[in-house]
Design a protein around this ligand. Structure first.
Ligand code: SF4
Length: 225
């Protein structure tokens, strides 16, 4: 609990956990290097906040916030994450995990122990583009995480960042097909890349995806954020 694993705390959000008020813990470090990553300082930097300080902050939020979002970076790569989540759960908060899906073993432990209430799982790409976009070979781990969530009882969502130079409409339709084939019944959230952002890799501007360009009759439904 002494290591400083957290880069920052967003003290209040109504946007990150569906229908709940929450704060966000931004864990430093990541095992991917997505070209479009908006958080280079979190991914490449070191944590500066000890968890004891997080506990002190959360004590002042009991009864005021519904939930704590564990984000990053990739929060599940940290050795202390189970302990952290256990403490936050014991304090009475709902727990949401934002993950790139690369740590199915940790996810399984959390699910088995009923320590999480909601997961946002990044679907970076299918195998043909996964390595190019994430600079990692972790697609099979993503698949294992997806399987775990499908067979769990907790609520989760699948989300993708869209950049027109990295992903075509056909790629998105293939991803939609993959989700449908694998029995995903939720929404497929697609977030347009925000031009002008500082990212891990310099990227040209992206052309915004238009919902009418996708086959909206297909399932799961694509929701553009
Ligand atoms: S966008 Fe990619 S590199 Fe950035 S935090 Fe998420 S998984 Fe890591």
């Amino acid at each position: 609990m002494l290591a400083k694993t957290i880069s920052n705390i967003s003290p209040f959000t109504l946007l990150d956990y569906p229908h709940k008020s929450a704060c966000i813990l931004w864990y430093a470090g990541c095992n991917m290097r997505c070209l479009y990553c908006y958080n280079p300082e979190i991914v490449l930097g070191k944590g500066t906040i000890a968890f004891t300080n997080v506990i002190a902050f959360l004590k002042t939020r009991i009864g005021l916030l519904d939930a704590v979002v564990f984000s990053g970076g990739e929060c599940l790569i940290h050795k202390t994450i189970l302990e952290h989540i256990e403490i936050v759960k014991e304090m009475g908060f709902l727990v949401k995990i934002d993950t790139n899906g690369s740590s199915p073993k940790v996810l399984k432990k959390l699910l088995d122990a009923n320590l999480i209430d909601y997961v946002a799982l990044d679907f970076k790409a299918l195998p043909d583009k996964f390595e190019t976009i994430t600079k990692s070979n972790l697609f099979s781990d993503f698949e294992a995480s997806f399987e775990l969530l499908k067979s769990s009882k907790i609520a989760y969502e699948i989300r993708t960042t869209y950049h027109s130079e990295l992903c075509t409409n056909d790629d998105l339709i293939e991803m939609q097909n993959y989700l449908e084939k694998n029995g995903y019944l939720g929404n497929f959230y697609v977030q347009n890349y925000i031009n002008g952002s500082e990212t891990l890799s310099p990227l040209p501007n992206s052309m915004s995806l238009k919902i009418e360009e996708l086959n909206t009759l297909k399932q799961p439904q694509v929701i553009i954020r």
